[in-house]
Design a protein around this ligand. Structure first.
Ligand code: UT7
Length: 307
């Protein structure tokens, strides 16, 4: 079923503190060569003082500015995150407060790990079909450095901090909004975040390659489109080798995938909106894009939209 949406603006925020692979060589037994060749990551960002909600707010402010929309027009705020600084108020409540919203606004956080943004976009797209809602803000924001064990080289080299946001409204009938979001429950702690992130990387890698392909094909089929109709695919940025494996197995050129993992590492729910926002700064014309995410849970999903 089509849930047509129009994305009016995108924005992102990353902390200015850069942590390079060489910085990590000084604290764990790793090397720049290992990290680049196994993941494609060269550096990532780390918060100085920023909270998840401050980054979410700063990304939203930029998205609203780009959309030329006033915060007083926003009726829904959804923040996809697994690294809220406190259980309640939700990050989305803080964002509403920082934006100075005083009217009725539905604001809540959503946890679907690294697939969170794709899930949140479908939730917003569904709600916004109702005439009582005018516009929605959908944000992915993470301070993963707060849950990294800097003695565990399996995880601390992978993740980074950042936020990305989109403003959307209901689209015309001919506009696109196709979504496929699902999960395959994993009760074996393959990827879990308690005090710290713990992960069986190899198992997640194999799962990711399988479900990325499955999700892309499912959402294309639902939309009655082929890959030739898609300008670019924005995948969750977890490991460049995962995307290389998908590109090979689907026989799709790597040029079709938008990648920025080298600069930011894996920012979980923030990775797709952050990559999208950077992409839109380079491509102002409307593009047909496919987002695909996967992560803890296991969750996975894809979306096709025009941006
Ligand atoms: O957002 C979704 C969540 N996460 C993911 O999608 C992650 C998916 N998985 C991955 O990206 C990869 O599995 C990793 C990058 C995490 C690991 O790469 P790998 O090629 O699967 O390596 P491995 O875990 O099989 O480890 C190979 C070797 C091991 O040494 P031994 O046992 O062969 O002697 C590790 O101890 O590499 C070692 N190793 C490291 N060496 C240097 C693991 N981490 C490091 C490191 N530096 N940082």
């Amino acid at each position: 079923m089509n849930l047509p949406i129009k994305i009016l603006g995108t924005g992102h925020y990353v902390p200015n503190q850069v942590v390079t692979n060489h910085d990590l060589e000084k604290i764990v037994d790793t090397s720049d060569e290992w990290i680049v060749s196994r993941t494609g990551i060269k550096e990532r960002r780390k918060v100085n003082h920023e909270t998840t909600h401050e980054m979410a707010y700063l990304a939203s402010k930029k998205a609203l500015e780009e959309a030329k929309i006033d915060a007083s027009d926003i009726d829904i705020i959804i923040v996809a995150t697994i690294t809220e600084n406190q259980k309640t108020p939700a990050v989305a409540n803080f964002v509403a407060g920082l934006l100075g919203i005083e009217h009725d606004v539905m604001s809540f956080d959503l946890n679907a790990a690294c697939t969170g943004f794709v899930y949140a976009l479908e939730v917003a797209a569904s709600l916004i079909q109702h005439p009582k809602y005018r516009k929605a803000l959908v944000i992915g924001a993470e301070t993963l450095s707060n849950v990294l064990d800097y003695t565990d080289r399996n995880t601390c080299i992978l993740f980074g901090d950042g936020a990305g946001a989109v403003v959307l409204e209901k689209g015309q009938e001919q506009q696109l909004g196709y979504f496929y979001n699902t999960s395959r429950p994993d009760m074996t702690n393959t990827l879990d975040v308690g005090k710290y992130i713990k992960m069986d990387g190899r198992k997640v890698f194999l799962f990711a390659v399988e479900v990325i392909e499955k999700s892309i094909l499912k959402v294309l089929n639902d939309a009655n489109l082929s890959l030739d109709d898609i300008d670019h695919i924005i995948p969750h940025q977890a490991n460049e080798r995962i995307i290389l494996a998908v590109s090979k197995s689907m026989n799709v050129s790597m040029d079709k995938f938008v990648m920025n993992i080298a600069s930011y590492g894996n920012t979980s729910a923030a990775s797709i909106p952050l990559t999208l926002s950077e992409y839109k700064k380079k491509h102002s014309e409307t593009k047909t894009l496919l987002f695909v995410g996967f992560g803890g849970g296991f969750t996975y999903g894809a979306a096709i939209v025009k941006v």
